[in-house]
Design a binder for this molecule. Structure first.
Ligand SMILES: Cc1ncc(COP(=O)(O)O)c(C=O)c1O
Length: 388
C-alpha cells in the first residue's frame, strides 16, 4: 500500500532527537528551530518525559473514559497552577482541530445559535466546524461549507460589532497571534473590545491557543498579555511535546452533562503522563523565563540581518519578514546549514518555533547562517539584474 500523497516532503529522515537537535540515519545533526511545527516544547526526548511516559506505558497505556483516571485530575490541577487560569474546567481530546471543534460545538450548545465569527488569515484545523472557520478555501470541502461563518479582518472591531448585532453569533474564534497566517497580532484594545462585545452579545469568545499556548510566547497563553478572559481556551501542540493530545479549558458558565462531549482516546493515561511531564519540566527548568530571555536576545540580534522588513511575533513564536519569498532561503538553511525553520501563508515570512529550551548559542548559529544566505540571494539577484 502506498501513502496518500498530501505532504510535500524534504528528503531528510530524522531518527533520533535530543533537546534542540534531531539526527538523521547517517547521524547528521540538525538544529530544530521549527519544533516539528511548534510541537516540541521541552526539547526532543527530554529524559524526565521519556522516563515518565515509559513508566506509564509499562503500567497502563490506555483505558477508556468509563473508569476513574486520576491522571486527568492531576493534569487539570497542574495546568491551573502553571497557567494561572483559575475556575476553568478541562476537557481532553487528541489534537488542535478536535479541541476547536469541541469549543465551537460547546459554544453552539450553550447559546443555541450557530454563526461563527473568525478572522482572515486564521487557521483552526481541518475538522468540519474548525476548517469552516479557517481562511483557506482550498481545504474547505463542500460538506464543510454548510457552516455559517463570517470572516472579518483581524483588528476590525466595528465589523465584529456589526455582525454581532444581528444576534445569531454563537462564537468568536481567534488566534491571539496568528501562526500559519504569518505572526500577525492586533492591538490590546482590539482583544479587550472583542472580550467586551462577546459578553454584551452573548457570544462565546474562543482563544485558539493551540500554537501560541503552553509557554510559547513567554506567557503561558498569548491572550494573557492582553488581559482578557476567554470563555474557552483550546490547547494542543506543545501540550504533549509530540504525544498527540489536545484539550479545552472551559469557563464555569458552561454546564456539563453526560454525553455532551466525548472521545475514545482523549485524556488517556499516556497522554496525561506526557502532558504532566511537560508542565513539570516547564516549571523546573523555568522555560517560560527562558522563552522571554531568548526572545529578547533574538529581537536584538535579528536587527543585524540584512533585508529583514519586520521581526514578528512574541516569545519563541517568531517570524522574520523579508522583502523576498523565503522558500529558497529555507532550503539553503536546511541543506547547507542543517537548520530547520518554518514557512507561513505569507511567502516572505520565515517562521521560527524552537523548543523552549533553545539557547543564545543556537540563535547565534542561526543568525550567522541567515546572514550568509541572504548575502548569496542578494548577490544572485544583482547578477540576474546585470545580465538582463
Ligand atoms: C492555531 C492552530 N489551531 C489549530 C490547529 C490544528 O491543530 P491540529 O493539526 O493538531 O489539528 C493548528 C495547527 O497548526 C494551529 O496552528
Amino acid at each position: 500500500m502506498s501513502l496518500f500523497n498530501v505532504y510535500p516532503l524534504f528528503d531528510i529522515t530524522p531518527v533520533k532527537g535530543e533537546d534542540v537537535y534531531v539526527y538523521d540515519e547517517n547521524d547528521t545533526r540538525y538544529l530544530d528551530l521549527y519544533g516539528g511545527h511548534a510541537v516540541i516544547s521541552i526539547g526532543h526526548s527530554h529524559p524526565t518525559y521519556v522516563k515518565n511516559v515509559s513508566e506509564q506505558l509499562s503500567n497502563l497505556g490506555f483505558y477508556s473514559n468509563s473508569i476513574q483516571n486520576p491522571l486527568q485530575s492531576e493534569l487539570a490541577k497542574k495546568l491551573q497552577q502553571v497557567s494561572g487560569c483559575n475556575f476553568y474546567s478541562l476537557f481532553l481530546c487528541n489534537s488542535g482541530a478536535e479541541a476547536n471543534e469541541n469549543a465551537l460545538k460547546l459554544a453552539s450548545f450553550h447559546t443555541q445559535k450557530k454563526k461563527v465569527i473568525a478572522f482572515t488569515n486564521g487557521f483552526h484545523g481541518r475538522t468540519s466546524a474548525a476548517v469552516a472557520a479557517t481562511d483557506n478555501p482550498k481545504i474547505i470541502a463542500p460538506i464543510n461549507a454548510q457552516q455559517d461563518v463570517e470572516l472579518i479582518e483581524l483588528g476590525n472591531l466595528k465589523a465584529v460589532e456589526a455582525s454581532l448585532q444581528k444576534g445569531d453569533v454563537c462564537a468568536i474564534i481567534i488566534e491571539c497571534i496568528q501562526g500559519v497566517g504569518g505572526l500577525d497580532e492586533a492591538t490590546t484594545s482590539f482583544y479587550q473590545g472583542l472580550d467586551k462585545l462577546s459578553k454584551l452579545y452573548d457570544a462565546i469568545l474562543i482563544a485558539d491557543e493551540v500554537q501560541s499556548g503552553y509557554g510559547r510566547t513567554g506567557d503561558f497563553f498569548a491572550f494573557q498579555h492582553h488581559e482578557i478572559d476567554p470563555d474557552i481556551i483550546s490547547i494542543a501542540k506543545g501540550m504533549g511535546n509530540g504525544f498527540p493530545v489536545g484539550g479545552i479549558l472551559i469557563h464555569p458558565k458552561f454546564k456539563a452533562s453526560y454525553g455532551l462531549l466525548g472521545t475514545t482516546f482523549g485524556g488517556n493515561h499516556l497522554a496525561c503522563a506526557a502532558s504532566i511531564s511537560v508542565l513539570d519540566v516547564m516549571e523546573e527548568e523555568k522555560l517560560m523565563e527562558n522563552a522571554q530571555k531568548i526572545s529578547k536576545y533574538f529581537f536584538e540580534e535579528a536587527k543585524s540581518i540584512p533585508k529583514v522588513k519586520k521581526i514578528k511575533g512574541r516569545g519563541l513564536m517568531l517570524g522574520l519578514e523579508f522583502d523576498f519569498p523565503v522558500s529558497e532561503l529555507r532550503k539553503a538553511l536546511i541543506h547547507k546549514h542543517r537548520i530547520f525553520t518554518g514557512s507561513s501563508k505569507n511567502p516572505n515570512v520565515l517562521r521560527i518555533l524552537p523548543p523552549l529550551t533553545v539557547r543564545k548559542s543556537h540563535i547565534n548559529q542561526f543568525i550567522e547562517a541567515l546572514k550568509k544566505e541572504v548575502e548569496v540571494i542578494e548577490k544572485n539577484r544583482i547578477k540576474i539584474l546585470e545580465e538582463k
